[in-house]
Design a protein around this ligand. Sequence first.
Ligand SMILES: *Cc1c(COP(=O)(O)O)cnc(C)c1O
Length: 342
Amino acid sequence: MVAKADIDWQNLGFDYMPCNYNIRAYYKDGKWSALELSSDNQINLPMGAACLHYGQGAFEGLKAFEGVDGLIRVFRAEDHCKRFQSSCRGIAMPELPSTLFLEAIEEVIRLNQSFIPPYGTGASLYLRPMMIGLTPNVVVAPASEFMFILYASPVGAYFKTGIKPCKMAILRTYDRAAPLGTGAYKVGGNYAAGFSADKLTKEKGYASPIYLDAKEKQYIEECGAANFFAIKDKTYLTPQSSTILPSITNNSLMQIAEDLGLKVEQRPIHVDELANFDEVGACGTGAVITPIAQIDDLDNACSFNYSEDKIGTISLNLYRHLQGIQYGEIEDEHQWNRIYSL
Ligand SMILES: *Cc1c(COP(=O)(O)O)cnc(C)c1O
């Protein structure tokens, strides 16, 4: 193991901090190049590139953790790879073969190992795979040449001073994703589409908007760029919908909930059910779980209250269990981690 970079790990935030190296591969004439190493964090693009104009780009977000035993664990890399391939197919881009994806992950953590935050800081190395369409077109058309990049950035513990529940708002004046649209893919355009709603809810003091289904405005979809879950009695509930991005954190929490003896229900969740839940939260790779203390329904001027100022006991248990697996403190019985000894 090489010496750690000179970084104040305890106070590390979520801003992008470039590492020494990134990995790239190019798709041309129907095939992928070998992986290339780069120490440049800029890229050179045709100004007409399809990704810039037509949003032909997909990405992933996963994390590498230094464990209690000093080994490096990457959480559910194969599943992130499968979702990445699905996102690429969803917007007419070629799949990156799994072997290249996994090789790129191994290279990027080996080459940037001085940037992997030390165990005990709650920090991790965020990995960002992405693919973009390069071909310039003045008419709306998909690219024929593509670029894959994997870069990394150390990120701090999401909750530095204890897990803090937040407030979120339901608003019916914006949709995140349309039925038969690209909601289930992690592609650029979905997020630009949410920025105005995000801005509006943040200005009103909320952490994020909660979207309802675009067709009926009856069912809960997602909390901004995180999945929604709720606890009722001994059941973990989460929405079922074809326009939700299938969160790997949520999938893991469903499994852990089952392992811990909870019932798990994935089904459409009506907005009126918010009145019945004991605990609610948002989940995703960034924070694992963000507990929600209050949801305001802005159109109906009503509000649902959960915990006052601390995370619910079941949410906390799920959170600790998942983090425990990621840091090698709890047995990884589902073989979610890829382990590297650098
Ligand atoms: C990435 C993302 C999530 C969370 O997925 P994880 O795999 O848990 O990180 C949820 N919703 C949206 C819209 C996302 O883009």
